[in-house]
Design a binder for this molecule. Structure first.
Ligand code: HPA
Length: 271
């Protein structure tokens, strides 16, 4: 059995203020951190192990352009059978470490016909269709309120920062609404038509519980989806996980460049 989260946190030489959560096939950013220290989740008691293919499952600490970062390479999903609370564990752990700003990345299906495979889209808002919420159960008032506001779940200022950085790097960033479903199956074409009708531009199986936990703690969030595939029924082809991972690899450099530009600006914003 590993050490407790508190023991782990107390033993760390850094107090990062920015956390980056890396989605399926999007873990490359962690390799960019200097003075890197990696702690497999398995070594921290209580940390849910991530089982999804393409997810490494480790806490990575290091610095980027002089900014201390805590990265989560691999996340827990509801479809793996974790409780909503377990899915929020990593974000709470980073909060306990001192993180007040989160950058989430994920793989998503594109519903909006303006998107193309490989596009990066900033999540402007979400629709939680997972039928679960990480804040159910007794509320820990020391962390945040029972009924947290979610009217700006994705910081407007952080989105402006990302769009500006993207412009300078010639990385096009659109904005969209992300619908979170439980998974693990990809959607049916009828479900995608329904999601479009209710205002969703992207669909995925993650991020929303983490963003809820971050907002509950009063932390700010930026979330970037990689459109790894067009959603079901849009193209005359099936969706498979290999395509999702392959697109993740295709956009890797673009995403890393964007994150490297965004992180120091967010750090400057919060200093
Ligand atoms: N649907 C749900 N989740 C996803 C998809 C999708 O099409 N692509 C990547 N994650």
């Amino acid at each position: 059995m590993g050490q407790s989260l508190r023991q782990t946190i107390d033993s760390l030489p850094v107090r990062p203020r920015i956390g980056v959560v890396l989605g399926s096939g999007l873990g490359a950013f962690a390799g960019e951190l200097s003075g890197r220290m990696e702690i497999p989740y398995a070594e921290i008691f209580g940390w849910p192990q991530s089982t999804a293919i393409g997810h490494a499952g480790k806490l990575v600490l290091g610095s980027l352009s002089g900014v201390d970062i805590a990265g989560l390479a691999g996340r827990a999903h509801l479809y793996e059978g974790y409780t909503p609370r377990q899915v929020g564990f990593g974000v709470r752990a980073l909060g306990a470490l001192g993180v007040r700003s989160f950058i989430f990345t994920n793989a998503a299906g594109g519903i909006n016909l303006d998107y193309q495979r490989g596009a990066l889209v900033l999540i402007a808002d979400h629709i939680n269709l997972q039928g679960a919420n990480p804040l159910t159960g007794p509320n820990d008032d020391s962390l945040g309120p029972r009924f947290p506001d979610m009217s700006e779940a994705y910081s407007k200022r952080y989105r402006e920062i990302a769009i500006q950085a993207g412009r300078e790097l010639e990385v096009e960033l659109k904005e969209g609404v992300y619908a979170a479903l439980l998974g693990p199956n990809y959607e049916t074409p009828a479900e995608i038509r329904y999601l479009r009708a209710i205002g969703a531009d992207l669909v995925g199986m993650s991020t929303v519980p983490e963003v809820i936990v971050a907002n509950h703690m009063g932390a700010k969030a930026l979330a970037i989806s990689c459109v790894t595939n067009m959603a079901a029924g849009i193209l005359p082809q099936k969706i498979d996980h290999e395509e999702v991972l392959e697109t993740g690899r295709m956009v890797r450099d673009k995403l890393v460049r964007l994150l490297k530009a965004v992180v120091p600006r967010i750090a400057a914003e919060e200093s």
